[in-house]
Write a new protein. Structure first.
Length: 142
């Protein structure tokens, strides 16, 4: 991933452009098809349910993606604060988001040491979870 800068920090997610366009086409197509004579409007009327379905699928997908992204940010902040509260130091540098998300299952007693080990050995998320002896459940994941 490229380093973020002023030139590339903006994101243009599809739901900002594609979904409103699809919804606008559905709305405009419905009004247009409503005014057409029966024989001319059949093709457009047949496309409208497919376009509605496509718009709904896009909305469902991006709603799910945004929920997970926000939750991952919250986990990163919570685990950073938990590490600071336990050790008085920030999380070790070099930990990836996947590693931090996996570390949330570690108990307070093993969390600081496992965080250092994960950073030093570049453990995968699965490896971190397998190294946890005292599991701390996360029952509130969306």
């Amino acid at each position: 991933m490229n380093a973020q800068s002023y030139a590339n920090h903006r994101r243009y997610p599809l739901q900002r452009y594609v979904l409103p366009t699809v919804l606008f086409l559905i709305f405009g197509g419905a009004i247009f098809a409503w005014k057409l004579p029966e024989t001319l409007g059949d093709g457009i009327r047949g496309m409208l349910p497919a376009m509605i379905g496509f718009g709904m699928l896009l909305q469902w997908f991006y709603t799910r993606v945004m929920v997970n992204r926000v939750q991952d940010r919250a986990i990163r902040a919570e685990e950073g604060f938990r590490h600071y509260a336990l050790t008085g130091k920030p999380l070790p540098t070099g930990l990836t988001l996947r590693q931090i998300i996996s570390l949330r299952f570690a108990s307070d007693g093993e969390f600081p040491a496992l965080a250092l080990q994960a950073a030093a050995e570049r453990l995968s998320g699965e490896a971190i979870k397998k190294n946890i002896k005292e599991w701390r459940p996360d029952n509130h994941r969306a």
